[in-house]
Design a protein around this ligand. Structure first.
Ligand SMILES: Cc1cc2nc3c(=O)[nH]c(=O)nc-3n(C[C@H](O)[C@H](O)[C@H](O)COP(=O)(O)OP(=O)(O)OC[C@H]3O[C@@H](n4cnc5c(N)ncnc54)[C@H](O)[C@@H]3O)c2cc1C
Length: 419
């Protein structure tokens, strides 16, 4: 009998899953329905470049339905809730969509309202974010007007999408102000809730060293409780205040707000955790409660980075497991947490990290011993970062495999005895 697979979200994960499934099943075997609230697919990694005039946000957007293979049904609608007991999705227009298999791919949302004073983000006078198109565009103007002072980049709390993006922002800001010839008039400061520049020890040391070499101050274990835009006694434009009453003054703040799962997850009993991320097995990506429910990408509550690369690696495993599930076989596909990120460091260079649930980012080369340098700045990696955008539209979203690079993290080329 023809099965119905409903995919919630037509972003990175929803699109690549739908396209992979369409190739795996004929139209007689499965109906594939994808739901999204709008028809604008944004290449989110490009937002990093907008504030520095290195990309225009309009170039980053394409119609969602055009990224889906022929034969996939695209429904533009708001999701109201999922009824796991009835195997049904309720849309805000009142329609109900029954499913045999449900894939949740609705990503994460920013929740600035959870941080006192961060509503100033709406005014975009002193406090900005580059995590939204509007914010990234406003920040372009703010940086152009900025003639000197203290620029603070702050991650309120984890998890966030692309945890290296705020670091990249710092490195690019260093480059940008040098290009403008005013770097000596700008103090740059990176404020993080982590105990170092990054989560994993080797990468944290490398990235911390890079911040230091570029003269960027690092403030760690800072849990922002309030963003005050008066500045208090600091005589600056504003200050971040932590829960343990430490203060970081700023003239311009670039904040990455708290993230949560899509709102409807909270209205769908049994689907998600307290942050709204879907509770799935970290290896099979199958719901712990309902075996016909899976999650991919930022929506999945798994202990790895929320990144497009992760979503791509998960896609291969997810589709294999959905096929096994529908065929009544045990799920063999096992996601190992594989993540890789190009970290833009300015001056046409990038640094690459590659890791999984068990292996932290290590030096060496990727994917084999003669490949791209790991944990090392290089022009080649910068080229890789730029190529990622092309690959995103033409390889990743269509659900194509990369020759020689599978879902599992490659071991070859990694140097285990590191400094
Ligand atoms: C500034 C920035 C830089 C980044 N840089 C990188 C990078 O260099 N490398 C990298 O790998 N990743 C990067 N990422 C992260 C990457 O973009 C995300 O991890 C990836 O897009 C996640 O895919 P997803 O499918 O889970 O979510 P998304 O692509 O966000 O898709 C979620 C979809 O769900 C829809 N949706 C949500 N709620 C509803 C609802 N109620 N009703 C209907 N539809 C709904 C949304 O409209 C959206 O289309 C970056 C992200 C940002 C913000």
């Amino acid at each position: 009998m023809r099965k119905r697979i409903v995919i919630l979200g037509a972003g990175t994960g929803g699109t690549l899953t739908a396209n992979r499934l369409r190739r795996a099943y004929s139209g007689h075997e499965a109906e594939i329905v994808v739901v999204d609230q709008d028809d604008n697919h944004l290449y989110q990694p490009g937002l990093l470049f907008v504030p520095f005039g290195l990309a225009e946000w309009g170039e980053l957007v394409r119609p969602r339905h055009r990224q889906l293979r022929k034969g996939i049904v695209f429904r533009q609608a708001d999701i109201d809730r999922v009824d796991l007991d009835a195997d049904e999705v309720r849309l805000s227009d009142g329609t109900a969509l029954g499913y045999d298999v449900l894939v949740v791919a609705t990503g994460s949302v920013l929740v600035p309202e959870e941080t006192e004073g961060l509503t100033d983000l709406g005014r975009m006078e002193k406090v900005f974010t580059f995590y939204t198109p509007q914010g990234a565009v406003a920040l372009y103007d703010a940086l152009e007007r900025f003639d000197g002072g203290r620029l603070v980049v702050n991650v309120v709390d984890m998890p966030i999408k692309c945890p290296v993006a705020p670091l990249e922002f710092c490195f690019l800001a260093d480059w940008y102000f040098q290009e403008r010839g005013i770097r000596d008039r700008v103090e740059l400061c990176y404020v993080t809730p982590l105990d170092g520049a990054f989560t994993k020890p080797v990468a944290s040391r490398r990235l911390g060293g890079l911040l230091q070499s570029k003269g960027i101050e690092l403030v760690t274990e800072f849990n922002t409780g309030t963003v005050d835009t008066e500045g208090g006694e600091s005589r600056r434009a504003g200050r971040l205040i932590s829960y343990d009453d430490r203060e970081v003054p700023f003239d311009l703040a670039v904040v990455v707000p708290l993230h949560g799962g899509a709102e409807y997850v909270g209205r769908s009993p049994g689907l998600g955790d307290e942050l709204g991320f879907v509770t799935v097995d970290e290896h099979t990506l199958q719901s712990r409660k309902n075996p016909n429910v899976f999650a991919i990408g930022d929506a999945a509550g798994v202990p790895t980075s929320k990144a497009g690369s992760v979503t791509h690696f998960e896609g291969e495993v997810l589709v294999e497991n959905i096929r096994s599930f529908l065929a009544g076989r045990p799920l063999d596909g096992s996601f190992d947490g594989h993540t890789n990120c190009f970290i833009e460091t300015g001056f046409g260079k990038s640094l690459l990290i590659d890791f999984n649930y068990d292996t932290e980012p290590l030096p060496g080369h990727y994917p084999i011993a003669v490949g791209l340098p790991l944990l090392k700045e290089s022009h080649l990696n910068h080229f890789g970062k730029l190529m990622f955008q092309w690959f995103y539209w033409h390889g990743l979203l269509p659900g194509r495999d990369i020759p020689g690079i599978g879902s599992a993290m490659p071991e070859h080329g990694k140097v285990r005895q590191s400094t």
